[in-house]
Design a protein around this ligand. Sequence first.
Ligand code: OFO
Length: 170
Amino acid sequence: MLNQRLEKELNKQLNRELFSSYLYMSMGAYFQSVDLLGFSNWMHIQAQEELSHAQKFYHFINERGGRVILESIEKPETDWDNTLNAFEDTLKHEKYITSSINDLVTAANEEKDYATQIFLQWFVTEQVEEEASVNEIINKLRLMKDAPGAIFMLDRELAQRQFNAPAEEA
Ligand code: OFO
């Protein structure tokens, strides 16, 4: 059974994951508005992944006898200066999520809640992958320096991204 401290912290993380989904959906809408449909697709897949992360927290809290409390979701930004700026904000946000996951691991260690520690390991690994994939796109965008042909090529590449639901047992 979850103790009160972890129940509260896991609920806060559930809210952060829902906000992440909302933020990436907003970025998807921004890219749609500037006709970069591949970038928009990448953001929509990212939004779906974040929703699946939120569901993992939702189910875990319930499984451990806790109570899910849904709070309001903050309004995300709606506009970015350019493509690079949107991805830099994505990386900044993912770093914030990484540190909140790390804080949760610390709390689970302090509370000697081994099941929560194991549950969080999946997210620790996921954050390494997420930061790396966003960094890779940022590096490409910096090299491109807004060259329209290169942006168009990357847009085509990002249009290929598909949603893969995370493994159930994780
Ligand atoms: Fe962007 O990652 Fe969720 O946790």
